[in-house]
Design a protein around this ligand. Structure first.
Ligand code: AHG
Ligand code: MN
Ligand code: MN
Ligand code: MN
Length: 332
């Protein structure tokens, strides 16, 4: 009976990672350790989010982060939890975070990897109980093992990622990532405290019928972008905008669709950050058969010059991204 019961449970994240060891031959378990560290921190952050209304960590922390954004208490809590888990896991020598101005040297100078992360995305939505997320990218360091990490370790283009993904803290907690061999989603099972494979080998529809953008920025958009939005309306597509990037992204990955955050007068280079929002999701979407551009270039090809640089983002079903690019090209 027990054997049958255990067999009926989907495979756990740990077992999945160890079964897929052969995917990253040089990793000998380090990369798996980092994914485990991320899974552990996500469980702790999820607990904090579920209880935030009760334990007084809702609302603003009274500080502003390097982005000039009002930090939410949970931004700070999540940042500290991920930094601690990745540092203790000892496989990461440097971390860049949306919440820290400078690169964080974890002290693990023997470690071969770096992590770029947005510890809590969509944090302005926390008090409204809207789903929020964590977004991450993992790279191999460039500088020699045994030395302190350098900025060239963290200023790598997205195409160099060895892993990328996100956690969605919603009606359930889902961890989705890719190591370049497809995209797999895991749902957290509270009864056994494990992430269970729930979305094996995720693929996005080539053509979806959901378009997702902040209508309030419409007047700032280019003629080509406006023309594409009119096209979507004429096609009777569904408009959906949660305003929480991971939630908007995950919905489109599951159902097909396109999300975009173009340059606006308020954010002339786009609002979303290249290294720990655009690149991570661009890696996932391409592995799921979709596309991600900044309106001109493939996101993963952009050579970063600053750890917090922003980029316009158009991401989702490949035929829809191609359409937008066509409309933008026609305007030139
Ligand atoms: P963060 O909470 O990490 O600062 O990111 C918020 C982002 C992203 O979640 C969302 O897509 C976007 O902000 C929404 O921006 P607007 O409110 O300008 O539409
Ligand atoms: Mn923020
Ligand atoms: Mn964010
Ligand atoms: Mn954030």
């Amino acid at each position: 009976e027990i054997k049958k019961f255990v067999a009926s449970i989907g495979i756990t994240l740990d077992r999945f990672i160890s079964q897929r060891q052969q995917e990253f031959p040089y990793a000998k378990g380090e990369l798996s350790q980092i994914l485990r560290d991320i899974g552990l921190a996500a469980k702790v952050v999820n607990k904090a989010i579920m209880g935030s209304g009760l334990i007084g960590i809702e609302g603003p922390a009274g500080e502003r982060n390097v982005q000039g954004e009002e930090q939410q208490k949970l931004d700070v809590v999540a940042n500290m939890r991920f930094i601690r888990a990745l540092t203790k896991g000892q496989e990461v020598c440097a971390i860049i975070s949306e919440e820290d101005e400078e690169m964080i040297d974890t002290g693990n100078h023997e470690a071969k990897y770096i992590v770029a992360m947005d510890p809590l995305d969509g944090s302005s939505n926390i008090d409204a109980n809207v789903p929020i997320g964590t977004i991450f990218s993992i790279y191999r360091r460039k500088s020699p093992v045994g030395t302190p990490p350098t900025t060239e370790d963290v200023l790598q283009k997205g195409a160099n990622q060895v892993a990328g993904g996100y956690v969605l803290y919603g009606s359930s907690m889902i961890l989705t990532y890719t190591t370049g061999y497809g995209v797999n989603g895991f749902t957290y099972d509270h009864t056994i405290g494990e992430f269970i494979l729930s979305y094996p080998n995720m693929k996005i529809k080539e053509l979806g019928s959901i378009f997702s953008y902040n209508e309030g920025n419409y007047n700032d958009f280019s003629e080509g972008t406006k023309a594409y939005l009119t096209y979507c309306r004429n096609q009777k597509y569904t408009a959906r905008y949660i305003g929480s990037l991971v939630a908007d992204f995950h919905r489109n990955l599951l159902k097909g669709g396109i999300f975009f955050y173009p340059a606006t007068s308020k954010s002339p280079n786009g609002k979303l950050r290249l290294l720990y929002e655009c690149n991570s999701l661009a890696f996932v979407i391409e592995q799921a058969g979709g596309k991600a551009t900044d309106g001109k270039r493939r996101i993963l090809d952009i050579e970063p010059h600053d750890i917090h640089q922003r980029s316009p983002l158009i991401i989702g079903s490949s035929a829809m991204v191609d359409d937008v690019m066509q409309f933008i090209k026609n305007e030139q």
